[in-house]
Design a protein around this ligand. Structure first.
Ligand SMILES: Cc1ncc(COP(=O)(O)O)c(C=O)c1O
Length: 425
């Protein structure tokens, strides 16, 4: 597509957009009384207009039925609430329903999955991760490794981009797996890197890690609902994500996990258990002896947080209707348009550069703009004009045009405002 830098061109793209009506399904925040240019769906997605009524339904059922709401009387009996989310989540990650469940928070789930899939021995103990992983993941790695009595400096292999580059090359990840060889116990990377927006080759890396005899897991915080995934087909061992970014479930809302079907009935895998993972038919017998549910459900610990899961469910209904394929098609155009406009601005001035991969197949919607000078000043100026984007120290502005609710016009205005402020630098 030959993009043009004009409002009329952006408006034409919006008119032709088959998903243009989706924006109306969301509340768009206001800044100074005007609709904001919201580009932070990579941090917190917007509120679906249906979310309130979904939550109110559960408030009402609680009001009407008290504890009986767990069972037959309520609209969606709470006892089974996690099941209402399952099919939609499975579709989004390319899994069978038995392989997914929504539960806990992302960092909690990373720890729980490490319990099952990081089983270091004297000879096989190394973990491959990306240098500069999200801090929560870094603390998780450090404390998990120490928990096994190992030294993180000797155990964690942190992959850095080559000097002068911002992204990891797939070939370098594969050769790090070769280098770790028989000592490699686990590869755990993010699907989309939170700082650069790089989308990793999940299929290739998973295959290579498993050929080396390691388990391979993925933190999909920034990939979930952003890029198409085929976790089952790719043979991924395990994955986890959060729902409050591209899935629009609301602040701090529930995470989810994927555990490949090959482990569905593997009771030998060590795990930390709780009553919600106990075989449903005997759960309320309150007897000794943990018998896990088949599939991902067997990793659940606690009963479901229904009030917040209701908002998650409301948002998933939208995903069911639109589908990740259509979202990706628009996303490629929308992010491509933003890249085109931003690149036009950066010129040769060296004020900033986009560090997200240029290849659309190696990124989701987010672009990370690395500022060579006055980055924070630019960011503050954008914020003052109603652009909600996100600043990451030391010098990156992250912007995520989200295909569900951002328009091409939003993107045009972002670049217009950016231009005005660059001219002042
Ligand atoms: C890549 C990544 N990992 C982990 C987390 C932590 O998530 P939570 O607070 O839900 O545990 C985040 C949060 O944004 C994240 O982006």
């Amino acid at each position: 597509m030959n993009f043009e830098n004009s409002l009329s061109f952006a408006k034409t793209l919006d008119e032709q957009d088959p998903l243009k009506s989706c924006r109306d399904l969301f509340h768009i925040p206001k800044v100074n009384g005007k609709e904001a240019f919201y580009f932070t769906g990579n941090s917190l997605g917007l509120q679906p207009k249906t979310a309130r009524s979904f939550v109110e339904q559960e408030m009402k059922d609680w009001e009407m039925y008290g504890v009986e709401g767990h069972f037959k009387d309520s609209k969606r009996p709470w006892m089974h609430y996690h099941k209402f989310l399952k099919d939609s989540l499975a579709k989004i990650v390319g899994a069978k329903p038995i392989e997914v469940v929504s539960m806990n928070q992302l960092t909690v789930n990373l720890h729980l999955l490490m319990v099952s899939f990081y089983r270091p021995s004297k000879d096989r103990f190394k973990v491959i991760a990306e240098a500069g992983a999200f801090p929560s993941d870094q603390y998780m790695f450090e404390t998990q490794i120490k928990h096994h009595g190992l030294n993180p400096d000797e155990t964690l292999v942190e992959l850095k981009p080559r000097s002068g580059e911002h992204n990891l090359r797939t070939e370098d990840i594969l050769s790090a797996i070769d280098d770790a060889g028989d000592e490699l116990a686990l590869v755990l990377l993010s699907g989309v890197q939170y700082y650069t927006g790089q989308l990793f080759d999940i299929e290739k890396i998973t295959k290579k890690g498993q050929e080396a005899g390691a388990k391979v897991g993925w933190d999909l915080a920034h990939a979930m609902g952003n890029v198409p995934l085929s976790l089952h087909e790719w043979g991924v061992d395990f994955a986890t994500w959060c729902s409050y970014k591209y899935l629009n479930s609301g602040p701090g809302n529930v995470s989810g996990i994927f555990v490949h079907e090959r482990y569905a009935n593997d009771a030998t895998l060590p795990r930390f258990a709780g009553w919600w993972g106990q075989e449903e038919s005997t759960r309320f017998e309150m007897t000794k002896g943990f018998i896990p549910m088949s599939g991902a459900d067997g990793w659940q610990l606690s009963n479901v947080n229904v009030l917040s899961s209701a908002a998650h469910l409301a948002a998933l209904e939208i995903f069911d209707k639109v589908g990740i394929k259509a979202l990706r098609e628009k996303s490629l155009m929308l992010t491509g348009y933003m890249e085109f406009l931003v690149n036009e601005l950066s010129g040769n001035d060296n004020i900033f550069e986009v560090i997200t991969p240029k290849d659309p197949a190696s990124r989701g919607c987010q672009l990370s703009i690395f500022c060579h000078k006055n980055g924070k000043m630019l960011f503050d100026a954008l914020s003052a004009e109603g652009v909600i984007s996100d600043w990451r120290e030391p010098n990156v502005i992250r912007v995520a045009p989200v295909p569900l609710y951002n328009s091409f016009e939003d993107v045009y205005h972002f670049a217009r405002i950016l231009r005005q402020h660059i001219e002042k630098i």
